[in-house]
Design a protein around this ligand. Structure first.
Ligand code: HEM
Ligand code: HEM
Length: 183
C-alpha cells in the first residue's frame, strides 16, 4: 500500500499560482529593464521607454506582493512534502521570505528615490505622486539601497530558479508542480 510520503505533493491554491507567475513575469522583465536603463551610451528613446516601463511596473509588483502575502495568510501554503530533507525545506522557505522582503524594499526604495529626487512617477502620479517631498540626501540613500538590493534579488532568484529547474527537470519529484500550472 502506498504510504502518505509517496502521494503526489499538494499544489498551491490557484490564486497563489496565478499571482506567482504574474509577479515572476513582471520581476523578470523589470530587472533587465532597470539594468539596461542605467547604462551609459544607450539611445534616449530606449532609455525613456525603459524608465517608463520600470517606474510604472514597480508599484504593480508591490501590490502583487502585498496580495500574495494576504492570500498566503488566508489560504495556507501546502505543507512541504515529507521526502524533502528538512534543511532543504528550511532553505526554500528562507529564500521565499527573503524574496518577498527584497521586493518590498526595492519597490519602496524605488518610489522614494524617484519622488525625493523630484522625478515623475509617470502613470502613478495622480495616485501616489507627491507622497515624499524633494530631498536630495534621502534620494541618494534610497538610490544606494535600490542599487545594493539588485545584487541580493539576483542572487536569491538564481538560487530559486536553479532549485525550481533542478526539481522540475532533473529530480522530477513533484515540487515544481506545486506551483504549476499558473491557472
Ligand atoms: C522561471 C522563474 C520561476 C520558477 C520556475 C519558479 C518556481 C517556483 C516553484 C516551483 C515554487 C513552489 C516551491 C514550493 O514547492 O514550495 C515557487 C514558489 C515561490 N516563488 Fe517562484 N519561480 C520563479 C520565479 C519567481 C520569481 C521571479 C519570484 C519573485 C521574485 C518568485 C517567488 C516565489 C515565492 C515567494 C515562492 C513561495 C510562495 C509562498 O510559499 O508564498 N518566483 N516558485
Ligand atoms: C520590486 C520592484 C523593482 C525591482 C526588482 C527593481 C530593479 C531595479 C534594478 C535592477 C535597477 C538597476 C539598478 C542599478 O544598476 O543601480 C533599478 C534602477 C532603478 N529603479 Fe528599480 N526596481 C523596482 C522598483 C522600482 C520602482 C517602484 C521605482 C520607482 C517608481 C524604481 C525606480 C528605479 C530608478 C529611478 C532606477 C535608476 C536608479 C538610478 O540610477 O537612479 N524601481 N531598479
Amino acid at each position: 500500500m502506498a504510504s502518505p510520503t509517496e502521494l503526489p505533493p499538494q499544489r498551491y491554491p490557484s490564486l497563489s499560482r496565478l499571482l506567482h507567475w504574474l509577479t515572476a513575469l513582471l520581476v523578470l522583465s523589470t530587472i533587465p529593464a532597470g539594468l539596461i536603463m542605467v547604462q551609459e551610451g544607450i539611445s534616449r528613446p530606449l532609455q525613456n521607454s525603459l524608465f517608463l516601463y520600470h517606474k510604472n511596473i514597480g508599484p504593480v509588483i508591490l501590490i502583487l506582493v502585498a496580495l500574495r502575502i494576504l492570500v498566503r495568510l488566508v489560504k495556507k501554503a501546502p505543507p512541504m512534502p515529507a521526502h524533502l530533507p528538512r534543511a532543504q525545506a528550511a532553505a526554500a522557505e528562507a529564500v521565499h521570505g527573503l524574496l518577498y522582503l527584497t521586493l518590498i524594499v526595492m519597490a519602496i526604495s524605488g518610489i522614494v528615490r524617484v519622488q525625493a529626487g523630484g522625478f515623475p512617477m509617470e502613470f502613478w502620479d495622480p495616485l501616489i505622486g507627491g507622497m515624499v517631498a524633494k530631498n536630495e540626501a534621502l534620494a541618494n540613500t534610497a538610490k544606494a539601497i535600490h542599487h545594493f538590493s539588485r545584487y541580493v534579488i539576483i542572487a536569491l532568484l538564481a538560487a530559486h530558479i536553479g532549485a525550481a529547474a533542478m526539481h522540475g527537470l532533473i529530480k522530477r519529484d513533484g515540487i515544481f508542480s506545486r506551483m504549476w500550472p499558473p491557472v
